[in-house]
Design a protein around this ligand. Structure first.
Ligand code: BG6
Length: 459
């Protein structure tokens, strides 16, 4: 049984939905400038949510949604990354939150979703301490301006995915040394956000929002078990251990040591790290991951497009592989609803904090029929199976307090553009043709409306 006050919601990010890429003083983010395959949509119009937010919020309210996760772009609030605050952006988000509250929807706000101001990237981005200082200033602006309107804050979306898949997501690569320099800076930035949020908005709650996927060993071979332990530490626990326990995960530390990195919490950061913790965990989940110990001469699996699980490799440590017991979606991503229950139980066992599922969803090719319907039974099946898994975890004592699937409306997929749709609501545009941008609720929208009404899938 899900708790009576379970937070039924849906999720979005700014750069994938808003568009208005150069309007109202917004500067470019790393997402606006990254090289994209010319056949896939860019973010300049996206789903035009910047102009159509009221319509979208209205439709979501009609589905019974109680919380909407959005992100605020740093490039709108402080266009040069560090200096003056842009009043037009402040005004815009006051309107957005006002609209949500009028419709009975609680905002859940991510301060940063992959969209670093390009101007800061050019100065070194997350490998520079100056970016941490700039981020602290930026989030303080958010907390001061919107602290009375937003009860739920999320820090930095998926720093783990950002660092492990940097080239695909950010358009550039870190060296090994830089990656873990950036890891440290991101973790310190997050701690500063916890601190500032608790100081400036004591009524609000804040949590991290990593992408957590439990890592399975490919076999019972002890080397494969170790490969899974390493990748669990590198992909999952390093981030949450720093946030929640204030430590560098020991298996991660061992891996870093073997690869020539000596990562320690700096003396001047000790107090910050040990005294500032999250109120809850946000967690994005799409799939589990299966790895083995890489065999001699073996390399990355070629031709695999599953960036969330299979396309992972590090010589001497782990290599992603196809789990023969699991099916895949249209975009080659492994589907594992039971893995969500396992992941939730392990996360609960480690951290004992309330959990909100802040992303979970199915990217698929959808078809709008001549009478403007989308029969996405495959998405209903995916969401339903994952929700049942959440219900099992809750029955087993895991404090999951909300579900905010990805995504509320169709948006531009990070890796695949517009053709890979996630929304409960269809947006009428294609990769290159902006068409009408009109909104059409899909079958999954009506199904979700019913789920919310019943407070679960089983009734
Ligand atoms: C998550 C991101 O990792 O994966 C989202 O937070 C993203 O921004 C989602 O859209 C799915 O990835 P993709 O590449 O299918 O858009």
């Amino acid at each position: 049984m899900l708790p009576a006050n379970f937070l039924w919601g849906a999720s979005l990010s700014a750069h994938q939905t808003e568009g208005a890429a150069t309007e109202d003083g917004k500067s470019q983010s790393v997402q606006d400038v990254r090289q994209r395959n010319p056949k896939i949509a860019d973010f300049s119009v996206a789903a035009d949510h910047y102009h159509r937010y009221a319509e979208d919020i209205n439709l979501l309210a009609k589905a019974g949604i109680k919380a909407l996760r959005i992100s605020i772009p740093w490039t709108r609030i402080i266009p040069d990354g560090l200096g003056a605050v842009n009043p037009l952006a402040i005004k815009h988000y006051h309107h957005v939150f006002n609209e949500m509250h009028n419709q009975g929807i609680e905002p859940m706000v991510t301060t940063y979703h992959f969209d670093l101001p390009q101007v800061l990237q050019e100065q070194g981005g997350w490998i520079k301490q100056s970016t941490v200082t700039a981020y602290e200033k930026y989030v303080k602006v958010l907390f001061k301006e919107f602290g009375s309107e937003v009860k739920y804050w999320l820090t930095i979306n998926e720093p783990n995915v950002m660092l492990l898949a940097d080239r695909k997501i950010l358009g550039f690569s870190y060296t090994h040394q830089e990656r873990y320099q950036a890891f440290y800076n991101l973790m310190i930035a997050e701690k500063k956000a916890f601190q500032a949020c608790h100081q400036l908005c004591p009524q609000a709650q804040i949590g991290p929002v990593p992408n957590i996927s439990y890592v399975y060993p490919g076999s019972a071979k002890p080397q494969d078990i170790r490969a899974a332990e390493y990748f669990n530490a590198i992909r999952n626990w390093a981030y949450l251990d720093f946030s929640v326990r204030g430590i560098i995960n020991p298996i991660f530390q061992n891996y870093l040591h073997q690869t020539g990195i000596d990562l320690k919490i700096k003396a001047e950061d000790e107090e910050l790290v040990q005294q500032n913790f999250p109120d809850f965990l946000g967690m994005n989940y799409y799939t589990s991951v299966t790895v083995e110990y890489p065999k001699a001469g073996q390399n990355r699996t070629s031709g695999v497009s599953d960036q969330q699980s299979e396309d992972v490799y590090e010589k001497g440590f782990y290599k992603g592989l196809t789990n023969p017991y699991l099916s895949k979606n249209d975009f080659n991503w492994t589907v594992d609803p039971l893995g969500l229950q396992t992941t939730l139980e392990v996360v609960n066992d480690r951290y004992h904090l309330p959990i909100y599922i802040t992303e979970n969803g199915l990217g698929a090719y959808d078809e709008l029929t001549a009478d403007y319907q989308v029969h996405d039974d495959y998405r209903i099946n995916y969401l339903s199976a994952h929700l049942q898994s959440i219900q099992q975890a809750v029955d087993a004592g895991v404090p999951v307090q909300g579900y905010l699937p990805w995504s509320a409306i169709d948006l531009v997929s990070v890796h695949e553009g517009m053709k890979k749709r996630y929304g409960l609501i269809y947006v009428d545009r294609t990769e290159q043709d902006l068409k009408t941008l009109a909104r059409y609720p899909k079958d999954s929208y009506f199904w979700y409306q019913q789920v919310i009404k019943n407070n679960g899938v089983n009734k």
